[in-house]
Design a protein around this ligand. Structure first.
Ligand code: PLP
Length: 328
């Protein structure tokens, strides 16, 4: 039995899904969706707020402001509510309606920017908006998840040591890259501790995080239209890019086995399976992939046949399977 008085107080919610029976690889999925914020980003949010408190910059007059595609905003809104702080969440049209409703209920002020930046995403527009608000009023405090070391340090101090403790003989860790906080923190931890763990970064097709051309993306969480300053590409043994159609297919494949995960889990798992399938057949690495959140926030997107058909066309196998189940 454990009692908590604040949503970000640490408690043990750790569980892994063993994917060996489903996919034939020694791959465990670390589930990060069972905390009060429902995502991995609670760790980063708690780290960012604690760092602001320690710096002495956060006081009763402060107004937290942050750019987020949803999950970090929700986690920060919870912490702000529990501490009686004001919070402005700057997001974009990819943030889903239910998250917007939850943010409002937590007392956050919502700003949804609608002008795409020159690269087709919204990140630059969101950041410009945050900078403008901060320039107007010195009470604003921007933790800046994209550049603040407290983001990766949260994973260096919590996520990676948990994995290292649970899997002392680990060979591979697959991590999705949004701000790069999770991937950077985990890669630095394993590097600094002399572990032979290869960290493989998973990015979305259309993201510029590891170079390349920006492209249209619809699923929030992974990928960026502006290269994240926290990311150090040389930390990673490899990088895999995953198309959103494969993200959807993988999420729905997991669902057919009874597991409902969020979009970025489909991306990470799809990339991990492709990478593992491409290795020598004699090698049986022990691997973990991080699953950042669960499916509830994606019911109207990744799991909605009309949404999928609009973006990827009705001929996708994922969609066909659903139609066959409904009408067949
Ligand atoms: C669902 C989801 N997955 C993955 C990530 C990426 O995590 P990070 O920002 O640590 O790279 C995010 C970040 O917002 C997210 O919301």
């Amino acid at each position: 039995m454990r009692f908590v008085t604040a949503p970000h107080e640490p408690f043990d919610y750790q569980v892994y899904v063993d994917l060996l029976p489903a996919f034939g690889h020694d791959l465990k999925l670390k589930v990060e969706g069972f905390n009060f914020a429902g995502s991995l980003k609670l760790r980063a949010a708690a780290g960012l707020v604690a760092a602001a408190e320690q710096s002495g910059r956060l006081d009763d007059d402060s107004i937290l402001i942050e750019s987020s595609s949803g999950n970090l905003g929700l986690a920060l809104a919870m912490i702000a509510a529990s501490k009686g702080l004001r919070f402005v969440c700057v997001t974009d049209p990819r943030c889903n309606r239910s998250t917007l409703n939850l943010l409002r209920s937590l007392g956050a002020e919502l700003v949804v920017v609608t002008d795409p930046d020159p690269k087709g995403g919204y990140l630059q527009t969101r950041l410009d908006y945050v900078r403008a608000r901060c320039a107007e009023d010195s009470r604003y405090l921007w933790p800046n998840q994209y550049a603040n070391p407290a983001n990766w340090i949260a994973h260096y101090e919590t996520t990676a040591p948990e994995i290292a403790k649970d899997f002392p003989d680990l060979d591979l860790l697959f991590v999705g890259v949004g701000t790069g906080g999770t991937a950077t923190g985990c890669a630095k931890y394993f590097r600094d501790n002399g572990d032979e763990v290869k960290v493989i970064a998973i990015d979305a097709v259309g993201s510029v995080s590891f170079g390349g051309e920006a492209g249209q993306r619809s699923i929030p969480g992974l990928g960026a239209s502006v290269a994240p300053p926290l990311l150090e590409p040389e930390l990673f043994a490899d990088v895999v890019h995953v198309a959103e159609e494969d993200t959807v297919r993988c999420c729905r494949e997991l669902a057919r086995g009874g597991f409902l995960f969020g979009g970025s889990t489909g991306t990470v798992l799809s990339g991990a399976l492709r990478w593992l399938d491409g290795q020598d057949s004699g090698w049986r690495p022990r691997a973990v992939a991080i699953a950042p959140d669960l499916a509830d926030r994606y019911a109207d997107t990744v799991y909605d046949d009309d949404w999928v058909a609009e973006r990827f066309g009705p001929a996708t196998p994922a969609l066909q399977r659903n139609l066959v189940a409904e009408h067949g």
